[in-house]
Design a protein around this ligand. Structure first.
Ligand SMILES: [Zn+2]
Length: 278
């Protein structure tokens, strides 16, 4: 299971149910956990609500803003500068208490991106990995603003790519190690169609997140032709209408692409081992 951040869409009757719960909350819960709203900081498109003061010059804020340009440049898409509410708790226990109360169906995770009737919101706590968590969730917010119909695997793959600090070209050491191990054990091989068929984040394993990241890294970082292929796909998604899955576009080269992705992962693993040994 993914123990880190993840996106979750809240739509339709879910929203009505949550509204009902919110309205009746004061009667159902004596001390219902509340949103962290003692402090409010607006930094360009980010609207940070928190239960502790955050300096307007905190480097994390500028990094999250810069991520929008990085994503726009990497995918060659325009990303609307829509306000993104971020609810940041100082402590993990108050965060988990709030999430457990407000979103009882959600698994226990460090951060969430929630889209309610097209309105985004991010929930997280200020833990050791908060910068990584927010880079991941903010990537979802930017992607959903630009490409509302983005497929799940690509949404998560790009969020994993952009959760890595800027300047590393999306190199995710944890995913490289994991996938290289699975290949060595001969218990896994990439299969884009299988990944595309996963309909819900609830059904995505940690290895699925790693594979989604690997496809994105392979397409964006290995050749101009592959990068264009992904950009064209994202442009078509952004244009709307019926868009065939990327695996269909790969056609007969799909098997070859999966073999090339294996080679790419093995090369990254060697690079990672060499870097770690220095
Ligand atoms: Zn996610």
């Amino acid at each position: 299971m993914k123990t880190g951040p993840c996106r979750t869409r809240v739509v339709g009757c879910w929203t009505a149910w949550l509204l009902l719960l919110a309205m009746s909350g004061c009667r159902l819960f004596k001390h219902a956990p509340v949103l962290p709203e003692q402090h409010r900081l607006v930094h360009r498109s980010l609207v940070i609500h928190s239960d502790f003061p955050i300096g307007a010059n905190h480097p994390m804020l500028e990094e999250l803003i810069a991520e929008r340009n990085a994503l726009s440049e990497r995918l060659r898409i325009s990303v609307p500068a829509e306000p993104i509410p971020v609810y940041l708790f100082e402590r993990a226990d108050t965060y988990h208490a709030f999430i457990g109360h407000r979103f009882p169906e959600f698994p226990r995770r460090r951060a969430f991106f929630v889209e309610t009737d097209g309105r985004p919101a991010i929930y997280a706590y200020f833990g050791r990995r908060v910068a990584e968590d927010l880079r991941h969730e903010v990537a979802h917010a930017y992607l959903h603003a630009a490409v509302p119909n983005i497929p799940l695997w690509l949404d998560e793959g790009l969020a994993e790519y952009f959760e890595v600090p800027a300047g590393r070209h999306g190199f995710h050491a944890l995913h490289v190690s994991r996938l290289a191990t699975l290949l060595d054990m001969a218990v896994w091989r990439p299969e884009l169609r299988r990944l595309e068929a996963i309909a819900s984040v609830d059904h995505m394993t940690q290895d699925d997140y790693a594979e989604a990241w690997a496809w994105v890294h392979f397409l964006l970082e290995t050749s101009a032709v592959r990068r264009s292929r992904l950009r064209d796909y994202v442009h078509d998604l952004q244009a709307g209408g019926s868009v065939a899955p990327l695996s269909d576009r790969l056609g007969e080269s799909r098997n070859a692409s999966e073999d090339q992705l294996i080679t790419h992962i093995r090369q990254l693993a060697v690079l990672h081992d060499r870097t770690a040994a220095k």
